[in-house]
Design a protein around this ligand. Structure first.
Ligand code: ADP
Ligand code: ZN
Length: 722
């Protein structure tokens, strides 16, 4: 008799499906995590589908070895992985690997030993022993490590107590139960606008159907409170919910609000978790114990047992787009995940992406508008400082009107934020005698001086070096001069102007974990910072009640560069920055320093005319056939030898597809023509909206052998054009 055969997918970058025999005694089902022989190895994979029509000879078939003691990968996850792999043109195994990022979670944890207090009192009682016993009495069962850590004593004290029978070992359940969030805990009374939006979302949750809503409200309008009510509805329904945030640093303040609303913490998912936490959280998600998960974009690939809602906060953020590995946009894939699972998706932003805004205007998304700030707080006054008229002195970046405003604000006991989207001391360092620029040896990029750590750094590959004593080109000694400002240099200037004030700096390299972010927020709240200087990371989502003045040092910074979304992004970033000012009773003020006061983006910010700006931007994209009116895909070729990359690029170009709704730009050296020692060439495929861009690229590359020393990365819907 022929045995049942199934196809198994393995989380490998070469991974496609392989046929295996399903032994009768194993009771294999689709979604089971299994071990199978692969060559000489034993590999973990997932039973993906029945192998109908499998025509491999019986004697070449191998048996599935075992089923792992873990819940099955849910059907929705399987279909989602299939979909993402197809859309991004990546191997399924690579996408599966994102869902199986914690291999040890496939095995149940071995039970731990805990210690419990007994009646026996030690003959020799020391203060350390007494502390341990007190803690053991209060807290029931604890591991030896926890007992000694909480008591602040060495592990040998606990061991000693166990040795004389004052503590008794007991087996602890491996997955400790956590407090569940309670939807009744502390709800706010919502305003009429907020209530209408919350009701709409809650209805979708209860009706369990796919629908996308855009929560479009100015900063401080209560978007978070509104989607909290959708989370409450999901809890009431007993289903799981996922909230995606663009930066893990943002989770700190968010977690505090969540706990105030629901009385317990959600489950977190981001790169800052310890290995034990990752394991436990993954397991809690697949077993359905994790009710609300908050995380970075990768949380979208968690194996939810019963997902009932996805929220994407700050949906316009480009950090939802992953460029490396499997390039995907978590915001777009969240919508796909919602469709596959038949569940609602809520996108929230004060400055929605053009894509989402147009979908809302076209009626594809529900448009939930929150037009005013909560509590009547007014949007800040925005004033333009024309740098051509108010030129700061040499090696200075704070203009006189901004300095005066800072002085007044600080005298009122308020806080000031200066925004400059440049890390380090100076973006460029050059030799004063010959003009030689310090450049990264591995990338076509300048080295950035970081004076605090006394290093030059490449922001593309992480290369670091000491500042050279003499110039390589002309031999001049101590001739290197910083050129332009980074936040370190701006801090110096602020400290010089206001020597009695406390200046603090925040950038992605200092604010890189929820803990660091929490400390920084607490310091702001306690008034330990007068002048906060930051890069784009401080623009996002934070709520500082006493911050009333924001100064944007260089409003033009993001406008150059020829990026498709440069204007849109600058508008969003500047609106977010201005949204930090005056979030409570005191009216905020914003000063924009600019050389381009007439630029439509600057004009839209100053006059707070987002709608007009977006209409203009949309018209421009439509004329150019650019997204969201057209489709784009990038092909990036890279290799250690520039010549062979160029040769292969030319060869590909000769076979490039043609069509009237299609154009192919390139090959051209990428703007960043070298990263990490690899030379890069780019193609950009552009076509009309209805065209299947994946099929075109697939046909183009079909049968093409990519040389071993060249890597080809396909990026559908690219956000990065460097
Ligand atoms: P957004 O997410 O739109 O920026 P938030 O949800 O952060 O706005 O709300 C801004 C501030 O107003 C927060 O401190 C929030 O707690 C408060 N707030 C919003 N709506 C209400 C409400 N209905 N009742 C009480 N406080 C509210
Ligand atoms: Zn570099």
């Amino acid at each position: 008799m022929k045995h049942r055969r199934v196809r198994v997918l393995m989380p490998l970058s070469v991974g496609e499906l392989y046929d295996y025999r399903a032994p009768n005694d194993l009771n294999i089902e689709i979604g089971h995590f299994v071990t199978v022989p692969l060559g000489k190895r034993e590999v973990t994979g997932v039973v993906w589908e029945e192998a109908r029509g499998s025509d491999l000879a019986e004697e070449r078939m191998k048996d599935i070895l075992s089923i792992l003691p873990c819940e099955k990968l849910p059907e929705e996850s399987l279909r989602f992985i299939d979909w993402v792999a197809q859309y991004t043109m990546q191997r399924r195994g690579r996408v599966l690997r994102m869902a199986m990022s914690v291999p040890e979670a496939l095995y149940p944890k071995t039970p731990r030993t805990g210690y419990q207090i007994t009646d026996r009192v030690p003959e020799r009682m020391t203060p350390a022993r007494r502390r341990v016993l007190e803690i053991a009495r209060e807290s029931g069962v604890q591991t030896a490590a926890d007992l000694s850590a909480i008591a602040g004593v060495s592990a040998s004290v606990v061991k000693g107590l166990a040795g004389i029978g004052a503590l008794r070992p007991v087996e602890m359940s491996p997955d400790t139960a956590m407090d569940a969030p309670d939807w009744r805990h502390a709800a706010f009374d919502l305003t009429a606008d907020q209530q209408a939006a919350a009701d709409s979302l809650a209805t979708d949750v209860v009706e369990r159907k796919f629908a996308v809503s855009l929560i479009d409200g100015v900063t401080g309008s209560g978007k978070t409170e509104v989607y909290f009510e959708a989370l409450a509805a999901c809890l009431r329904e007993g289903r799981q919910a996922l909230v995606l945030l663009p930066e893990i640093a943002l989770t700190a303040q968010w977690l505090g609000r969540f706990e105030a609303r629901f009385g317990a913490r959600p489950v977190e998912w981001h790169s800052d978790l310890g290995q034990g936490e990752r394991r436990r959280n993954w397991r809690d998600v697949i077993e359905g114990r994790a009710q609300i998960v908050v995380g970075a974009r990768s949380a979208l690939f968690l194996p939810f047992a019963d997902l009932g809602l996805i929220v994407v906060d700050e949906e316009h953020e480009t950090s939802f787009k992953q460029d490396e590995g499997v390039p995907y946009n978590a915001r777009d894939m969240a919508v796909v995940r919602g469709k596959i699972g038949g569940l609602p998706v809520a996108l929230a932003s004060a400055t929605p992406s053009l894509e989402s805004l147009l979908n809302a205007q076209a009626g594809k998304y529900k448009h939930l508008k929150l037009p005013s700030r909560f509590g009547g707080a007014l949007l800040p006054d925005v004033e333009l400082i024309d740098l051509k008229q108010h030129r700061p002195g040499p090696q200075r970046w704070i203009s006189e009107p901004l300095r005066q405003a800072m002085e007044v604000t600080l005298a009122e006991g308020r806080q000031v934020m200066l925004f400059l989207n440049r890390r380090g001391y100076a973006p460029l360092t050059l030799c004063d005698s010959c003009g030689h620029r310090l450049q990264c040896p591995n990338c076509s990029a300048w080295l950035v001086e970081h004076r605090l750590i006394n290093r030059l750094q490449c922001h593309h590959c992480g290369y670091t070096a000491m500042m050279p004593k003499s110039c390589d080109e002309c031999g001049a000694e101590d001739s290197f001069k910083p050129c332009g400002p980074g936040i370190e240099r701006l801090s110096e200037e602020a400290a010089n102007l206001f020597p009695d004030r406390k200046v603090a700096m925040m950038a992605s390299d200092t604010l890189n974990s929820p803990r660091a972010a929490a400390e920084f927020v607490a310091a702001m709240d306690r008034g330990e910072i007068d002048i906060l200087i930051g890069t784009q990371i401080v623009a996002k989502g934070y709520h500082f009640p006493n911050l009333t003045l924001v100064g944007v040092i260089d409003a033009d910074l993001g406008l150059a560069g020829g990026d498709l979304r440069a204007a849109e992004r600058t508008y969003q970033l500047l609106s977010q920055v201005t949204g930090r000012a005056g979030r409570e009773a005191a009216r905020g003020r914003v000063y924009l320093q600019s050389h381009l006061p007439e630029h439509p983006v600057i004009d839209a910010i100053v006059h707070q005319q987002g709608e007009a700006f977006f209409a203009l931007e949309a018209a421009g994209r439509q004329d150019a056939g650019m997204p969201p009116y057209g489709r784009l895909a990038a092909l990036i070729l890279s290799g250690a030898k520039a010549e062979s990359v160029a040769t292969f690029a030319t060869e590909l170009a000769r076979r490039a597809p043609t069509g009237d709704k299609l154009s192919i730009l390139g090959p051209a050296p990428a703007p960043l023509s070298m990263i990490r020692g690899r030379h890069r060439y780019r193609f950009l495929v552009k076509c009309a909206r209805g065209v299947n861009i994946q099929a075109i690229i697939g046909k183009w590359l079909q049968g093409r052998k990519i040389p071993n020393d060249i890597r080809l990365q396909i990026d559908i819907d690219p956000y990065n054009f460097m």
